[in-house]
Design a protein around this ligand. Sequence first.
Ligand SMILES: [Zn+2]
Length: 386
Amino acid sequence: MSTRHSLFGLVLGGILGLTPMLASAWERGNHANDWTKGATIKVFVDPVPAGAPAGTAAAVTEAIKEWNDAQAKFGGLTLMTTGADKTNSEIHISWGKLADLGAGITEAKKDADPGFTKTTVKVKIPFDGGLNDRGITRILKHELGHAEGLGHSAKSDLMKEDAYTSKPGKAPTVADVNSAAAFTPPTDDDKAGKNNLWGTKEKLSISEDASTVTSSGTNFIYDYNLHALSQPGLTDPVTEFSIAMLPGTGESDFTVTGIPSGWHSQFFSGDIAPGGLLNDTELQAPSLLSFLADSPSHGVQPGQTVNFELTSPFGPGTTRAFTNSPNFDSNEFVKQAPAAPIPEPSIFLLFIFGLAALRTAAWWRQRAAGATTFLPTTWVGIRIPS
Ligand SMILES: [Zn+2]
């Protein structure tokens, strides 16, 4: 790389490195600060319209039960329609025509709702256009995942933007969501997110990660040292370490050069064409590099430390990583990862990127203010040229 290229790479890496903080898997979505841990949330459902498929009301029951069941183990959120009215409800499900809505939509803001006493998260679900009760159920499950705080995740078969699709990388069709195949349950990734955001049970696993980036002259070497804390009550191993990839970084832009025995790595692409039935208000998910233990016995046991290493010609940018465990205890970290240069933009575009990043950063700080704090991590300093 020429000096100029490097500079552009670093500048862009530094600027765009802010954006994945907004949308990493499992991710805080638009509603990640709208609830309290262990809360019960009343859900008001508008009357099912004439012409909706038989089973539409049952679709709501099914979608709610699924998220409630998934969170019961760790004391997360509970959605409840019983006794829900316009004075006590904070989620409002309404119905619309597919031609008007275009997709299932969860409005990005919890705010005033005419006729309601409290602010609500508005979930709008299409009921026509060839959708059957299974299609409506699938859209509801995805949107209620958002209403309860999850964003899109490249790693979640339920919360990715191309969930349920027969053509990965593209949004599902009506036929896809109507499928008679078994429903997709919340994944481990979704449960880790819900537990981190809303769980009330004592953690069985806590991890920390010290990392470094060094240069060999031709390559950057990224070392991640994942440590499971040894404390009373911590009995679970850490079985996953996932790093959100920076924009433009593909699977060929780095090599996994260090991984413990009994672990494997997997790349999940967040590159999904926008649009379609799940084109809601949440941001696109970043691609994800996951390190996964083949079994809990291969996980990082309390007191142990393991090392993962990447080698890349591309210098570091700031991103987010997180862990998971058999009981879905997840920790988050601010990390450095390879930032592959995006095709060189014009100076004008760079200026626009810079402005957008400043606005994004301000928004992120505001949004993160009420979020769970990151555990202390080792920062690998990189000075962004000003
Ligand atoms: Zn979505």
